[in-house]
Design a binder for this molecule. Structure first.
Ligand code: ZN
Ligand code: ZN
Length: 464
């Protein structure tokens, strides 16, 4: 994790705060919610600090995630929200075991920093050893003949680059999302990928992978960026000699499938004054990967949406209900988002928003609203502009946990966060509280409060 120079950071944020005090919205409610967000207590920080300290890692379907739900219910009740409840659902649970890897030849044997991907098969405790089939990218693997892969340990080498909008994740992430499935279909005995991450630490990045029905899962891991560099250098030297020698790897991954277990969504509400008006839904996810304490992914998101909804509630009762969804089991396949849609998908929702991209500042706002809501979008864009948020030109995409709702036509707004350093930490042991900048976290809450106050007071002519 890079520390950014403090003076520049604080001057920047101070300028934003100064500008914000001159912002004026026509209606009183948004102004005072924003005022509370800027200058009042900071429930977002408390949520992130307390959840990561008292619960820590909370893998989907485990006792730790259940403890997190009990913690969440108590906290949301203490914050004064209404209708705080848990909605349970079932899912297949996968847990990590031992994880070790070595380059075993033709050079001097060396240990690698490796972690298993979610849904990886086990190598058994004795591990497996094999020749490496090197691919510079996911596309190279996808286009390779089965003969190049069969009986080998596949390695995918492409390195994700940092971008403010995080857009490299979709492109490079294919190596993790579907690389193992492709390798398994072609007969590989295992796959190891360069981590989908932008840091230079010896921290491998985990994350879920999925095998098609009927495809037998193979052991699947990720190695850190420096370890992937090392592997790539050895590969080049191994193939450069006159009698090319294969590169060998030994891999020990012993994850387990525990069968079907419970998870659940935790839901709370700010009751609106008009019971006939459809609600605004705001989402984050409560589960996390197990390597760190799930601070940026996604305790921060839960802190941001909850603090903002709380500020709107304190400022003045909004017309529409704001429903807060702390989804369970997002990391392993968006089980909570799907369960919410199964239970509530037929209900009307005025708009859906999600925070699941760390805790760095919001820099852009994207809308996907009906034409009738143009005045709402204009009011919101004007209200967030003083905090350095520009209006995007592309439609909002929603987030994982509200994905099914948005797909079904629920209007969406994306408050896009700066993702430049998000993938340094994402799904690694480095996802811990110290990576969160309190000033940027507060900027998020302020922008969310401004947005929610306007949305929750929109008319039935403007939003469904
Ligand atoms: Zn997340
Ligand atoms: Zn995640």
């Amino acid at each position: 994790m890079k520390n950014f120079p403090a003076p520049a950071r604080f001057v920047g944020i101070a300028a934003l705060c100064l500008a914000a005090t001159h912002a004026s919205a026509s209606d009183a409610a948004p102004e005072s919610a924003v005022d509370l967000a800027q200058h009042g207590a900071d429930p977002a920080w408390s949520i992130v600090e307390d959840l990561t300290t008292e619960i820590g890692p909370r893998m989907a379907g485990t006792e730790a995630e259940a403890a997190a739900r009990r913690w969440a219910i108590a906290r949301l009740q203490a914050l004064g929200f209404a209708n705080v409840r848990e909605e349970q659902f079932d899912l297949p649970v996968w847990v990590r075991g031992e994880e070790q890897a070595w380059l075993t030849g033709p050079f001097q044997p060396q240990k690698l920093a490796v972690t298993a991907l979610g849904n990886s098969a086990s190598t058994g405790s004795k591990g497996i050893e094999g020749d490496i089939a090197y691919f510079e990218s996911f596309d190279a693997l996808a286009g390779a003949s089965d003969a190049k892969v069969k009986g080998k340990i596949v390695f995918i080498d492409n390195q994700m680059k940092a971008a403010q909008d995080g857009s490299g994740y979709g492109y490079y992430g294919r190596g993790r999302f579907t690389g193992p499935n492709v390798a398994a279909k072609k007969g590989a005995i295992a796959i190891v990928i360069r981590s989908i991450g932008t840091d230079a630490h010896r921290n491998p990045h985990t994350g879920v992978t999925n095998f098609d029905p009927g495809v037998k899962p193979i052991p699947a891991g990720a190695i850190s960026n420096p370890d992937a560099d090392q592997l790539a250098r050895q590969w080049k030297r191994a193939v450069a000699v006159t009698q090319p020698e294969p590169l060998h790897m030994k891999l020990v991954l012993t994850p387990q499938n525990l069968g079907t277990k419970h998870s659940g969504n935790v839901i709370a509400e700010v009751p609106g004054s008009d019971p006939a008006a459809s609600p605004i839904i705001v989402a984050c996810h409560l589960d996390s990967w197990d390597l760190g304490t799930g601070a940026i992914d996604d305790a921060a998101g839960c802190g941001i949406i909850t603090a903002a909804a709380g500020h709107v509630m304190k400022a003045a009762t909004p017309r529409r209900t704001i429903r807060i969804l702390w989804a369970g089991a997002e990391e392993v396949g968006v089980f909570g988002g799907k369960a919410y849609f199964e239970t509530h998908g037929k209900e009307k929702h005025a708009a859906a928003l999600e925070s699941d991209f760390g805790a760095d500042r919001v820099w852009r706002i994207d809308f996907k609203l009906p034409d009738s809501a143009k005045p709402v979008a204009d009011r919101i864009a004007a209200a967030v502009m003083p905090f350095g948020v520009v209006r995007g030109k592309q439609p909002a995409g929603g987030g994982a946990d509200i994905g099914a709702l948005v797909q079904a036509g629920v209007p969406a707004i994306d408050l896009q966060q700066d993702g430049t350093r998000y993938f340094d930490v994402h799904h690694t042991p480095d996802d811990t509280l110290d990576k969160i900048d309190p000033m940027q976290l507060r900027q998020n809450v302020t922008v969310w409060a401004a947005t929610l106050a306007i949305l929750a007071n929109s008319t039935d002519d403007e939003l469904p």
